[in-house]
Design a protein around this ligand. Sequence first.
Ligand code: SF4
Length: 132
Amino acid sequence: MERSSAVKMLEPCHRIAEHTPMIWVCSGASSTGRVAHEVGVLLTLMGKGRMCCTSAIGAGSKMHVEIALKARRNVVINGCGNRCASKILESAGVRIDCEVDVSKYVRKMPTLDVLEGDVKEVAERVIEEAGL
Ligand code: SF4
């Protein structure tokens, strides 16, 4: 994905969590982990929700745990059945409203190359499954 010259600023997660679906992705280092990340970016840019920092919850960031606890909805996108992003939220005692396994739709492979079409297709599935 190329960096645009125009920077799109986002609302801070803590300000909008109560009325916006929060999106948590695993960002794993595989085809499906990267698709999960790109789907989170795409859904955020589409205004369907707001991607937040899953690893910050894993690191015990109080502010991020509070964001997830007060979120209107928590939508989790995992790259595969290991469910790493879901486990991070569960460890922090956070409610998960919807979780998606990208490997159901895209083959998990040891590559970071992804097809834009796969990202769009999974994004549509998430919109459908999570009712975004
Ligand atoms: S859920 Fe799968 S792809 Fe994502 S970080 Fe875990 S092992 Fe990697």
